[in-house]
Design a protein around this ligand. Structure first.
Ligand SMILES: N[C@@H](CCC(=O)N[C@@H](CS)C(=O)NCC(=O)O)C(=O)O
Length: 219
């Protein structure tokens, strides 16, 4: 059985924003049996010897499938998809397309959005205005290209919902409360389509229960 290492407790600003959501969403989509090992970040659970052995960067998420350990949210989501034979096409080219868009999510879009988050947190009073505007411009570039990709498409990689949609909408989640998506109606509709999935709704509910918060507070 798969064990998902996710958060049970984390500093308040992080609640609802963590990447174990992506892993649990994939598990909920596929219906594979799993259990959650809840870690207390505030108590230093991620820095203990046991967790160091399974998580290369002492981060969440990690899964342990009967001794086979996978870290990195994109790799976890792809592993779950491959294991279940769901969320990914059977053919080699279709699978490569899904991998391509998982990489696009974590390798192209996410670094810029993370940079934006860091600037908001650590330079809220904009002592580096040029950096803020360049990062915003770059985010707008990736989002503009995603908007183009979503022209006449329901899902990002294939005609069906795949692992790549979990990753892309997981990455877009970090800007859901900002104005960055505003100029992009297809991205907004896409993100809403992803979030309307029953498996995502279950994931949010389970996560909220685990962290002792209301779903309404982490939507
Ligand atoms: N590239 C990793 C990043 C994972 C990550 O950023 N995890 C955060 C939670 S969202 C974490 O564990 N933070 C705790 C820490 O770094 O101490 C992935 O996609 O899985």
């Amino acid at each position: 059985m798969i064990t998902l290492y996710g958060f049970g407790r984390i500093f308040p600003g992080g609640v609802g924003e963590t990447k174990d959501l992506r892993a649990q969403w994939a598990l909920e989509e596929t219906g594979l049996p799993y259990r959650v090992h809840a870690l207390d970040h505030t108590a230093g659970d991620l820095d203990g010897d046991a967790y160091r052995r399974i998580s290369p960067f002492r981060q969440v998420p990690v899964i342990d499938d009967d001794g086979f350990v996978v870290a990195e949210s994109a790799a976890v989501v792809l592993y779950v998809a491959e294991k279940a034979g769901k969320l990914i096409p059977n053919d080699f080219r279709g699978r490569t397309r899904v991998v391509q868009w998982c990489f696009a999510a974590v390798g192209t879009v996410e670094p810029t959005l993370t940079c934006r988050d860091l600037l908001e947190i650590f330079d809220g009073d904009k002592t580096a205005p040029k950096l803020h505007s360049e990062v915003r411009k770059l985010a707008g570039r990736w989002l503009g290209d995603l908007e183009r990709r979503l022209e006449a498409r329901e899902w990002i990689a294939c005609s069906d919902f795949t692992a790549a949609d979990i990753m892309m909408s997981g990455v877009l989640r970090s800007i859901r409360k900002t104005d960055l998506m505003e100029p992009f109606p297809r991205i907004r509709a896409y993100h809403e389509r992803c979030q309307a999935r029953p498996a995502w709704q279950r994931t949010l509910g389970l996560y909220a229960e685990r962290l002792g918060v209301r779903v309404a507070d982490i939507r």
